[in-house]
Structures are given as C-alpha cells and as structure tokens.
Write a protein that binds this ligand. Structure first.
Ligand SMILES: [Zn+2]
Length: 63
C-alpha cells in the first residue's frame, strides 16, 4: 500500500507514479491524473493517485 515508483520517460523526465493504482498511469503529461511538475524540479513530474494516497504521503498538500 501507498507505494510510489519513479520512471524515466522518453524525454528524460522522471515520473513519480503511485504503484498499483486503481487506474494505470501513462508516462507523459497527457496522463488522466493531470500530473504536475515538482515546484523546483521541472524535470520531475508527480502523478496523482486515484485512491488519493498522496494525502497520507505529503503533508497537507492539496492538488
Ligand atoms: Zn498519472
């Protein structure tokens, strides 16, 4: 539960994905979850889990 993994896409950006989410993610900005870049690292893209697990991982971060 609540596991995350990072994958590199073809453009060299790192995508942080929730593993075994309710819906599979796509390695790209066009993913259904509307992934957002890290605040200070534009080469890191953080996806959003369908089960909202990031609310237990990140401190009060509202997406
Ligand atoms: Zn996604």
């Amino acid at each position: 539960m609540s596991a995350w993994a990072a994958y590199e896409d073809q453009a060299g950006a790192m995508h942080v994905l929730p593993m075994d989410d309710l819906k599979p993610h796509v390695l790209g900005d066009g993913c259904w979850c509307k992934p957002t870049p890290e605040d200070d690292r534009s080469d890191i893209v953080v996806h959003h889990s369908m089960d909202r697990r990031e609310y237990t991982r990140e401190m009060g971060r509202v997406q």
